[in-house]
Design a protein around this ligand. Structure first.
Ligand SMILES: *[C@@H]1O[C@H](CO)[C@@H](O)[C@H](O)[C@H]1NC(C)=O
Ligand SMILES: *[C@@H]1O[C@H](CO)[C@@H](O)[C@H](O)[C@H]1NC(C)=O
Length: 484
């Protein structure tokens, strides 16, 4: 029926078909086609809200155009705000160290700064907030080794009976873990977003580390945000903070660090503030937690984003001069001060938890106090009645896989199990109960439930069993003692 030419054609077609099939199968095997077929969106995380995306896109252009036109700052001397800690009430004085930025560069920085703050739309930006954002909730940044502390923090939040929703921001697609984001977190009323999904492909700014925090707060759909570092644990339901003072009248609450602030006084010149501001708190900020309303502080956040995007090369050194913890910490309050937006700084000195080793105190966690109690003291004669509100467990972070890998964390050089946050009596005195035990109950459950799930836990040797043993021997020694 078919002539010779047809047979040749059909042989060629079959050979071509075979080639296509083989190529397809090979690429399916190496994942490239599978990827193309099954990837439906940039990442599988919740997609960004289009209005927030458009808002950021237009301001990112302004921030890009306001890029500082000076080389990266190199510090000749690092600020050492040592010595006696100042009184809580004492007012900030200009720190007696200056980077010595050349006059001409100061003027260039001022001009760039003004391209954002002096933008025709900037003074009206807060009015946009009601259109773009709604509701209240908690925002955190996690992913990779930060997932474990973040999940712990959210589990502890639920122990306070808090029903506040949580938005967890990850840096990029690579940090997205399907089972964590689609099962583990939603069961805790938390959801994942990817910061990279909010940035244009040709986004000129490299964002990492400290810069992620302000972007997570900005990109969150909540109008009012309690930002918590992944290693910061709420000790009480934070809901009441949103509908009481000092948040209601200021829309911005920040917490103190141990050390005094060390910004180069030239910062205010750059920011167009005529003289060193009056009434600033002496201490620098500890930004493991931050309470902010966008209706009153969307402009603060945009300016803080500017300080963070150009932070590593310019504004971090200007605002801290290399002092401990240099990073995003000062950028939020600095932005509010520059814009004369109201804010409240908790005066109650932060507490320190830790243990003693050879008579030396090793600090492992920080305790921050309730702004409402601080604002209107329950007992005006002392700060003792103020309730501890957050425990920022920053050193070491409570990631069981990493704790297990570092033996020192478990033993104090002897057979004794180490309590990282100090003796039961002292934590109970400060917090009201044995917080370390409460946290370890959650850690053990996580170690046993997520050892196969959380990527960062993979390969940890007998994690569940070792976590259980640490819990038993540290917190229930009577139960484990052998009968005599
Ligand atoms: C500023 O406002 C104008 C007019 O409403 C608008 O077209 C423009 O996109 C705005 N720019 C920014 C950065 O928001
Ligand atoms: C700044 O003050 C500290 C203590 O108050 C002092 O030790 C230091 O020498 C001073 N530094 C400069 C550059 O004046």
């Amino acid at each position: 029926m078919f002539g010779r030419p047809h047979r040749i054609l059909s042989i060629i077609l079959s050979a071509f078909g075979l080639f296509v099939t083989v190529t397809f199968l090979r690429r399916l095997h190496d994942g490239s086609i599978r990827h193309a077929i099954f990837t439906v969106s940039p990442s599988e995380a919740n997609p960004p809200t289009p209005q927030i995306l458009a808002f950021w896109e237009s301001w990112a252009k302004v921030i890009d155009a306001a890029r500082p036109k000076i080389p990266a700052i190199e510090l000749k001397e690092v600020a050492q705000p040592a010595g006696k800690e100042p009184d809580n009430e004492r007012e900030r004085k200009p720190f007696n160290l200056s980077i010595g930025i050349p006059k001409n560069d100061i003027e260039l920085l001022r001009q760039s700064h003004d391209k954002l703050v002096g933008h025709a739309n900037f003074s009206k930006v807060d009015e946009q907030a009601a259109r773009l954002f709604s509701g209240i909730g908690i925002v955190t940044v996690a992913g990779g080794s930060y997932f474990a502390p973040a999940i712990l923090s959210i589990r502890m939040l639920r122990k306070t009976k808090s029903t506040l929703p949580v938005q967890v921001f990850l840096r990029n697609k690579a940090e997205y873990e399907k089972k964590i984001c689609q099962e583990v977190l939603p069961a805790l009323n938390a959801e994942c977003f990817v910061i990279q999904d909010h940035l244009r492909k040709d986004n000129p700014v490299k964002v990492e580390h400290y810069q992620l925090k302000v972007l997570a707060i900005l990109f969150s759909s909540y109008e009012s945000v309690l930002y918590l570092d992944s290693d910061c644990i709420a000790l009480l339901d934070p809901k009441e903070l949103f509908d009481s003072e000092p948040f209601l009248s200021t829309g911005l609450v920040s917490w103190p660090d141990y050390w005094i602030a060390t910004e180069d006084p030239v910062f205010y010149k750059i920011a167009g503030v005529p003289s060193f501001p009056k009434g600033l708190p002496a201490r620098s900020s500890e930004s493991g937690q931050l309470l902010i309303s966008k209706q009153t502080h969307l402009s603060t956040l945009l300016l803080a984003a500017y300080y963070n995007i150009y932070g590593p090369s310019i504004y971090y050194p200007i605002l801290s001069q290399g002092a401990a913890g240099e990073g995003d910490k000062e950028t939020f309050l600095a932005a509010a001060v520059v814009l004369e937006n109201p804010n409240y700084r908790v005066r109650h000195r932060l507490g320190a938890l830790g243990f003693h080793e050879d008579r030396k105190f090793i600090g492992t966690a920080m305790v921050q106090y309730h702004p409402g109690d601080d604002y209107a003291p329950r007992d005006p004669t002392s700060l003792k009645q103020d309730r501890p509100l957050f425990l920022h467990a920053n050193s070491p972070k409570m990631n069981i896989a990493h704790l297990l890998a570092a033996d020192r964390v478990f033993y104090k050089g002897t057979e004794d199990r180490l309590r990282l946050w100090g003796p039961k009596e002292s934590t109970t005195k400060m917090i009201g109960y044995d917080i370390e035990e409460a946290v370890w109950i959650e850690i053990v459950e996580m170690a046993c439930q997520l050892d196969e799930t959380l990527r960062d836990f993979h390969g940890a040797w007998r994690m569940c069993e070792r976590a259980q043993r640490h819990y038993r021997e540290t917190f229930q020694p009577e139960a484990t003692a052998l009968p005599t």
